[in-house]
Ligand binder design. Structure first.
Ligand SMILES: [Zn+2]
Length: 111
């Protein structure tokens, strides 16, 4: 019976986390080729790009010419997504610290 309850609870969390996953975490207008997730440094040669980072890690990029691409990065799913959602609802930075003062740095240059 307890196991059943746990499954139901996990399912509930996953539903919440999946809703949260589609939200925007971060919008970053920049011309840096040093972002920790960068795979397309050539995108910046004609100007700044606008990266929209969603809560599940999906990154959508608006190119200087107006085109739209998705970066080929890992998306969070399942337990990882639940973990990220739980961390985010407690305002924990990617470095693991709560209310991190260097959050911007950590997002732009990793940690
Ligand atoms: Zn941090």
């Amino acid at each position: 019976m307890t196991e059943y309850k746990e499954q139901v609870e996990k399912h509930r969390k996953l539903m919440e986390a999946e809703k949260w996953a589609r939200g925007v975490q971060h919008i970053h207008v920049h011309q840096l080729t040093s972002m920790w997730y960068e795979q397309r440094p050539y995108d910046m040669k004609d100007g700044a790009v606008t990266d929209t980072i969603f809560n599940d890690g999906t990154i959508q990029r608006r190119l200087p010419n107006g085109g739209l691409v998705f970066l080929e990065n890992e998306r969070l799913m399942g337990d990882e997504l639940i973990d990220a959602w739980e961390r985010a609802t407690h305002n924990i930075c990617i470095c693991g610290e709560q209310d991190c003062e260097e959050e911007y740095e950590h997002w732009t240059h990793g940690y």
